[in-house]
Design a protein around this ligand. Structure first.
Ligand code: GAR
Length: 193
């Protein structure tokens, strides 16, 4: 596998709240020569986020912001991102909704991964709702972030079959495996020359 120095890549911040498996896959992708991005900072609202360990493993700077005061947190994040000359934000299991003002500041430069086939099942508990609704398929979507929740332009989607015996847990696991492949593919689709 070809590794690159990352010097002329798009400087990227990844925002997480939980286990960070998408962050891990994005970091690994970023180290490939073909990757148009480097990951320069990890941002979280959750000091207990398990994904923070990847910052340590890969020596990437991480910062925790308290979203109890969301306006202040967003201002501090913007300051930090501008200081580090970040040009792209990848939301990867980030469970806070960013304000319109924040999104405007990074207009067209925020991507998100969502565990459903949007526009179906925006918001939370997607797997429960897909199973309850007796859907034959679910999946994941990478999209641009707009001011309307989970509604920005879709970049790529991946479908998975929902089996008869499927539980939200098994479906979630199955979709997560696809997420890890889909996010890098979507980044390549948007940013490759
Ligand atoms: C992923 O399934 C992601 O699609 C979802 O949270 C999980 C995070 O897993 N995101 C959302 O639901 C956003 N609304 P990870 O922390 O292991 O990457």
């Amino acid at each position: 596998m070809a590794l690159s120095t990352g010097s002329n890549k798009i400087k990227t911040a990844v925002f997480i709240s939980g286990s960070g498996s998408n962050l891990n896959s994005l970091i690994k992708f970023s180290k490939l020569k073909k990757s148009p991005i480097s990951i320069d900072i990890i941002i979280t609202n959750n000091p207990k986020s398990k994904g923070l360990k990847f910052g340590k493993v890969f020596k990437i700077k991480k910062k925790i912001f308290n979203f109890k005061k969301k306006n202040l947190a967003e201002k501090q994040i913007l300051f930090e991102l501008k200081r580090k000359k970040i040009n792209l934000i990848c939301l990867a299991g980030f469970m806070k909704i960013l304000s319109k003002t924040f999104i405007k500041n990074f207009s067209g430069k925020i991507l998100n991964i969502h565990p459903s086939l949007l526009p179906k099942f925006k918001g939370l508990n997607t797997h429960e709702r897909a199973i309850k609704n007796k859907e034959k398929y679910s999946g994941c979507t990478v999209h641009f972030v707009s001011s309307k929740l989970d509604s920005g332009k879709i970049i790529l989607q991946k479908k998975v079959i929902i089996n008869k015996s499927e539980t939200p847990k098994t479906l979630g696991k199955k979709i997560l495996i696809q997420e890890h492949k889909l996010y890098p593919r979507a980044i390549l689709k948007v940013f490759s020359l």
